[in-house]
Ligand binder design. Structure first.
Ligand SMILES: Cc1ncc(C[n+]2csc(CCOP(=O)(O)OP(=O)(O)O)c2C)c(N)n1
Ligand SMILES: [Mg+2]
Length: 555
């Protein structure tokens, strides 16, 4: 049986398990939209293609299911760039589909042509550096191979976005439907797992160490190894710190949690590692600029290091380990725990006392605290949020520094900092995307500068009746820029302050709820009265533009 390529692509997406696609149509991609009409895949109309790509990111991050986005040629494709780049930087799988002018007019100046011919913009080179695989499908005879390659990338351990650009005439061409039967939709990552000698060596290292510490990264969440990390930590009293992206791997309210490690953290983990630790277990963590305090040598110097990662590229990328182990973090920890229980049941267990850690947490030297004063309203907000939502909340955060220090993430909640390429305007669409995957209380936290980059996407949530809580920090300035200009550019303020709209009226015109919070009483009222689960709420927290956090907890 013959079917159109547009239909084949939609059936391929269904087979991949894609059940939701975010985008914006245009003439050059309408055949695929028309095929989507007959599909079970939910098609979500975003307000901007960047928002659509961020939604796909949020969808995948929250659910682990494959996110997808779709746009037309030319401006549709160029608008996708930031969101696709974000998925690339986060190593997140994403399928992006774009249209293209018909091939027979390539090079002749077609409307929105992006073939790169005849002086037109070159979609291929735009996406080359931000996708794991990209193809303008100019003919159908190699389509099976293109889809085969797409599956392989989307299912690989070190995944990322794939962009398939389909010229209009190709979408309408007919191909044999049986092609699909030969295209895999799963791909088994080859495993080389004969790790026993290394497991034994790791156990010996841990047993010998006086003050081991675990640095858990996003790889622990990706491998769903939270329980194993918590068990290892509890078994030996090993304190745990996490990268920002892994916040909440172990319950941050637990005594063995040192919170996050990194420039804008409380500094407890930095102090513990530099002053005490003799063995560091780096689990699924890449040790990037932020986590490593710009690769501060004092963090790792003179310590033994064990690194476990399922991505071989992360192993010994920025340091040398005594044991570097390529494997699934969950599986390796399971083996490790099994070995301990079986062969070393009587080993001297306790490494540090829990009191040691309590003492450490109470000692933050004045001057090195991230927040000196003046942030009590925000602190109160996060405390109340954690009390009200001890589990199941999804928190997308573009601001980061406040939540990093004031929000204790339980292992039942999921915290999604704006990692990727740290683009403003991410939290709202990402949270909306997550809302299409999961029915859980959802938060988008961001500043007023970022809000104005993406606030129209709130109407996407309105269109599809997706409840959402937006926490907006209103300081009428690009706070981080203003702080830099005051501290490093002699108060020469330029392009930072701005006039805000009247958010109450903005919310009213969007048909959503608005809460203005400038005092404890207003905060308590909002918590008492808002419907956090069933409505779209805009909580506007009024902040003083001249109050800044410190930006490094390093001594
Ligand atoms: C797309 C994009 N453009 C520019 C920046 C650089 N940038 C980082 S923070 C910031 C200011 C953010 O202001 P706001 O969202 O109001 O947050 P505040 O710092 O005031 O809390 C800017 C412009 C960025 N991260 N992303
Ligand atoms: Mg601001």
């Amino acid at each position: 049986m013959k079917i159109k390529v547009s239909e084949l692509i939609v059936r391929y997406m269904e087979r991949l398990g894609i059940d939701c696609i975010f985008g914006m149509p245009g003439a050059h991609i309408l055949p695929v939209y028309d095929s989507l009409y007959d599909s079970k895949i939910q098609v979500v109309l975003a307000k901007h293609e960047q928002g659509a790509a961020f939604m796909a990111c949020g969808f995948t991050r929250s659910s682990g299911r494959l996110g997808a986005c779709i746009a037309t040629a030319g401006p549709g494709a160029t608008n996708l760039v930031t969101g696709v780049a974000n998925a690339y930087a986060d190593r997140q799988p994403m399928l992006a589909i774009t249209g293209e002018t018909p091939t027979h007019i390539f090079g002749r100046g077609g409307l929105q042509e992006s073939s790169g011919e005849g002086g037109s913009i070159d979609q291929a080179s735009l996406f080359r550096g931000i996708t794991r695989y990209h193809k303008i499908v100019e003919r159908t005879d190699y389509l099976p191979q293109v889809l085969n390659q797409t599956t392989k990338i989307l299912r690989s351990a070190n995944s990322g976005p794939v962009l398939l650009s389909l010229p209009f005439n190709i979408q309408n061409e007919e191909v044999d439907a049986h092609i699909l039967d030969h295209i895999p939709t799963t791909y088994q990552v080859p495993r080389h797992y004969d790790g026993m000698p290394a497991i034994v060596a790791m156990c010996q290292q841990i047993e010998r160490a006086e003050h081991p510490v675990i640095v858990a990264g996003y790889g622990c969440l990706a491998a769903q190894a939270q329980d194993e990390v918590a068990r290892l930590s509890a078994m030996w009293n090993i304190p745990v710190t996490t990268s920002l992206k892994a916040k909440g791997v172990i319950d941050e309210r637990s005594r063995l949690s040192l919170g996050t490690l990194g420039v804008t953290s409380s500094g407890h983990a930095f102090t513990y590692i530099t002053e005490k630790a003799d063995l560091i277990l780096i689990l699924g963590a890449g040790f990037n600029e932020r986590t490593s305090y710009l690769w501060d040598p004092s963090l790792l110097q003179g310590k033994r290091i064990i690194q476990i990662d399922n991505d071989a590229d992360q192993l010994e990328k920025v340091f040398t380990a005594d044991i570097a182990f390529h494997g699934d973090v969950k599986e390796v920890l399971e083996s490790l725990l099994h070995h301990f229980v079986r062969y070393l049941p009587d080993a001297a267990r306790s490494k540090v006392t829990r009191q040691d850690i309590e003492d450490l947490k109470s000692q933050v030297e004045p001057g090195y605290a991230i927040f000196q004063s003046g942030f009590s309203l925000i602190e109160r907000f996060f405390r109340r949020l954690a009390q009200r939502f001890p589990a199941d909340a999804m928190i997308f955060d573009d601001n980061i520094i406040f939540a990093q220090n004031f929000l204790q993430v339980s292992s039942g909640n999921r915290y999604y900092p704006n990692s990727g390429i740290s683009s403003l305007g991410h939290a709202i669409p990402a949270a909306i995307g997550a809302r299409f995957a999961e029915d859980k209380p959802t938060f988008a936290i961001l500043g007023d500068g970022g809000f104005q980059m993406c606030c129209m996407e709130i109407m996407t949530a309105v269109n599809y009746s997706k409840p959402l809580n937006i926490i907006l920090f209103n300081n009428s300035t690009m706070g981080l820029i203003r702080k830099n200009q005051i501290q490093k550019y002699r108060h020469r303020l330029i392009s930072c302050d701005f006039v805000n709209p009247d958010y109450r009226r903005l919310a009213e015109s969007f048909g959503i709820h608005h809460w203005s919070v400038g005092s404890k009483e207003q905060m308590d009222l909002a918590f008492a009265e808002a419907d956090w689960l069933g409505e779209i709420n805009l909580f506007e927290l009024l902040l003083d533009k001249d109050l800044f956090p410190n930006y490094s907890s390093r001594r």
